[in-house]
Design a protein around this ligand. Structure first.
Ligand code: NAD
Length: 251
């Protein structure tokens, strides 16, 4: 039962964030949808409203502190509090060997996947503390366990987010805040299309070999895991990362 709980979802415009929003809308949650893609974000908003949800969309680049403060402020202004947080926005950059990355790629990747996720936690958690607690899902990756080929920076960002998840589990137990990392392996969204399009045939083959054996997920299937971790009494998952590779072992 949603009991009208308020959920903030970053990266709601496409892929996993959008599918999670659609499912939560059907279950009666109140939604604060966040993305820097204004057109697609507004499309998600229109779709959840059609499903009967009370919702707002806030345009934000999650890597910018003032944008994060703003989406948290807008959530509180509209709904009074934040009960649940899906810290999901993420990007990939062109896949390379470590020494081939340039600093712009490093800063963009870490800016969204690590700084953006950290800023979300930094500003959402105080609202939850005032509210007497809350539940968080950080979208991590099987790259939080084992890097796929030519994906070292992305993997580092997702290892770090899994570490922040562990820290929440350890540090906030008595404050009634819990966090779970949800780790898809390959998921059928467009996030990886451009980052891998420049790879030579030989490198692409190595990339594919490093993701296998592989059972690709639909984003709807991973959304079910997010909703389980977020909304049920899954207390004992606190601080852990859930491997969502459909039967393949990553740990
Ligand atoms: N698709 C996969 O194979 C896969 C596997 C493991 C983990 N993940 C993770 O799942 C999450 C969702 O990705 P997805 O596969 O649905 O891809 P996606 O590209 O469809 O979704 C990512 C969303 O984040 C938004 N976003 C990106 N940068 C942003 C920024 N600076 N500010 C605000 N919003 C921003 C995008 O506009 C998009 O709506 C990401 O954290 C990704 O790293 C994906």
């Amino acid at each position: 039962m949603s009991e009208n709980k308020v959920v903030v979802i970053t990266g709601c415009a496409t892929g996993l964030g959008r599918e999670t929003a659609l499912k939560l809308a059907e279950q009666g949650y109140r939604l604060v949808l966040v993305d820097f893609n204004e057109d697609a974000g507004n499309d998600t908003l229109a779709t959840v409203i059609e499903k009967g949800a009370e919702a707002i969309f806030v345009t934000a680049d999650v890597s910018k502190e003032e944008d994060v403060q703003n989406y948290v402020n807008e959530a509180v202004k509209k709904f009074g509090t934040i009960d649940l947080f899906v810290n999901n926005a993420g990007i990939m950059v062109p896949m390379r060997l470590l020494h081939e990355y340039n600093m712009d790629e490093y800063n963009r990747l870490m800016g969204v996947n690590l700084q953006g996720a950290f800023l979300g936690l930094k500003y959402v958690i105080p609202v939850m503390l005032e509210n007497g607690g809350g539940h968080i899902v950080n979208t991590v990756s099987s790259n939080s366990f084992k890097p796929t080929a030519f994906n070292g920076l992305y993997s580092a960002s997702k290892h770090a987010l899994a570490a922040l998840t562990k820290s929440i589990g350890q540090d906030y137990q008595e404050m009634n805040i819990r966090a779970v990392g949800v780790a898809p392996n390959t998921m059928n969204t467009t996030i990886g299309v451009n980052p891998s399009s420049h790879l030579t045939e030989e490198r692409f083959a190595k990339l594919i070999a490093s993701t296998g054996p592989n059972i690709a997920a639909e984003p709807e299937e991973i959304a079910d895991v997010i909703i389980f971790a977020l909304t049920t009494g899954a207390t004992m998952l606190n601080g852990t990362t859930v491997n969502c590779a459909g039967g393949q072992i990553f740990q």
